[in-house]
Design a protein around this ligand. Structure first.
Ligand SMILES: Cc1cc2nc3c(=O)[nH]c(=O)nc-3n(C[C@H](O)[C@H](O)[C@H](O)COP(=O)(O)O)c2cc1C
Length: 254
């Protein structure tokens, strides 16, 4: 093993931070590490957020800093324009391409921060946040990922959280369909957790859910996730549109 792999293997999401600010030189190194990820002309921007008012809006937890990575086809597009050039970007392929670029840069930020003993947490709600005004995002710039970074209040517990075993996610040369027994073994602990949450509900809450056909923990989990996604979809589409990706107009060609 080496220190990079050790750091990756001991990753833990951290949700409680001390108010202490992050050293400027460390932050620069973290951001520089972000930009060292592989890239196709860097179609992204980092917005470093330490304004307490904005932080309060974007952060679910108290952290001294948030780093938003956006897909940014504005900056390079402007440069191309200076030379009478432009390239099509409003396409599914380019959206995935630029999103990939932005997120590996953000993951580099996380890996660098953790290697310095800092804690991080992604904030999944970012796609539906309206950050255009607060952050002054121009057209063709939209959120791709958000991470909070800070000094953890407590030393890392050292033990990483559960992942399904490698054999569940790794396929060699050909996709292998798992058996039902394997699925039970891999996901059983999630079922237990969701069943526990479900069992803790009051009879009245259970009855309300039953009226919607929801009668166990996994069904409730899917219902909650589905509702959350559906509620976020409109704002997410708006953000993508602002980013220059008019996905609603793409239609299907397959
Ligand atoms: C796309 C994505 C979005 C996430 N969003 C949130 C979030 O909004 N709030 C949160 O507390 N954790 C969030 N997380 C962190 C996961 O909850 C965490 O990674 C997971 O529970 C596994 O724990 P670990 O990172 O400590 O191994 C997110 C992770 C990912 C990859």
């Amino acid at each position: 093993m080496n220190r990079v792999i050790e750091s990756l293997l001991s990753h833990r999401t951290i949700r409680a931070f001390r108010p202490a600010r992050i050293d400027d030189a460390q932050l620069d190194a973290i951001l520089e590490a972000g930009t060292r990820a592989a890239t196709s002309f860097q179609p992204y921007s980092f917005l470093v957020i330490d304004d307490p008012e904005i932080l309060e809006d974007v952060a679910m937890y108290n952290a001294p800093i948030a780093i938003l990575v956006t897909i940014d086809v504005h900056r390079f597009g402007r440069y191309l324009e200076l030379h009478g050039a432009s390239k099509p970007t409003d396409s599914p392929f380019y959206l995935l391409h630029a999103h990939w670029d932005a997120l590996i840069a953000l993951q580099n930020v996380v890996v660098a921060a953790e290697s310095l003993g800092l804690g991080t947490v992604f904030i999944g709600r970012v796609h539906s946040m309206d950050l255009r005004k607060p952050l002054g995002l121009p057209e063709n710039v939209c959120p791709a990922g958000l991470v909070l970074i800070g000094h953890p209040t407590e030393p890392s517990p050292g033990r990483p959280r559960y992942r399904v075993p490698l054999e569940a996610v790794v396929h060699r040369n050909r996709y292998r369909e798992p058996t039902d027994e394997e699925l039970e073994a891999w996901y059983g602990r999630y079922k237990e957790m969701f069943d526990k949450h479900y069992e803790a509900l009051s009879d009245e809450e259970k009855e309300e859910l039953a009226a919607e056909g929801i009668e166990n923990g996994l069904q409730r989990f899917c219902h909650l996730e589905g509702t959350f996604f559906r509620e976020a979809d409109e704002a997410t589409l708006r953000n993508l549109q602002h980013g220059g990706f008019h996905v609603a107009d793409w239609g299907t060609t397959a």
